[in-house]
Design a protein around this ligand. Sequence first.
Ligand code: ZN
Length: 372
Amino acid sequence: MRIVAVLVMVFGIMASSIGLGHASGQVVSNEVKMQAAAQTAQSYLDAAVAGNYNALFDYMHPDVLAEVPRSVALQIFSQIYGQTKPGKAVIKDVQLGSYTWPVNNKTYDDAAQVTYTQEFTGQDGKKQTLETMMYLVPFQGQYRWFFGNSRAYIADASARFAPPKQEGTPSDITELLKFVVNDLDTFYKGSFSAQQMQYTSPGVKIVPPGRSAMTACGPAAPGFWAFYCPPDKTVYLDQAFLDDLNKEYGDFAVAFVVGHEWAHHVQTEMGIDRSQRRPSKPNEVYSIELELMADCLTGVWSRDMDARDFLDLQDLAEASAFIFARLGDPNGIDEFDPQAHGNAEQRTDAFSDGYDGGYMGCSVNGLSPVRS
Ligand SMILES: [Zn+2]
């Protein structure tokens, strides 16, 4: 019975909450919708069985993403699926109708209720087959799934699994950097470990005002801003620059810069290299691709911070004001220039792609780059 309870927490909600017989006379035939729902559900359930929990998270409805931080969901998925070792899910039935998500009490008229069976290993080590349900609602032409059966459940899971909340706001640049660095490291560690992938923290060197540092990528002299050096796997941060940035644009502009450099380390961990000329190996990308993906990954992390109530409305505005004022490539820079980062518009779009679309929005599936 306990397994039934936990599984209902993942995909199933009260069956009575779907109002059937509602969706008649639609332009897209119900048969087409049912087929799409069945296929989508199968691909999500397959991702869960394969342990691709980051993708499973990205497939959730945006209303769920607003409530549940990735860092929390990944630990729940890992725990439940790690314990129950599910076999391949078999779709049994699809019903169309309206659905009310009990967490926000919002009703979605165009929902699909997908019933499936799946084999699980119980606590006694015996296999058993269970029948359960998942609910899908279309968003931008794609069915997305819902997670969690009550607000209390989400609050309880967040209390158990979210990284500890920091009291108050960091009072100076040193404290702010310490907070951002710890948060980034915890976030990516969680993303990698949910995929059973190795993640090694980068080195972090905060260079005090007026000082220089020697790096494997050459000297970091005053006014260098911030960079990641792949050969020594270290993020170098110019304290004076970041202090000015904090005063001029606010703390989230600082977080964006550190998040972007950290993302370059994550790319290195994923095996992606910047190519100085036309990329010739599968793991090589143009500079602009690497840079925009780093902005996108910063968006993925920011979304998690937001779901953990670390951001306010002002924060995202700060980041985009800063990007527009200071970070875009000037007009006339070739897109394939070996130093290209993208213009301000491309960079804010990339950030939004990650914020809204998760790793998938950055063409990263299961923390491996997706090749087209
Ligand atoms: Zn960069």
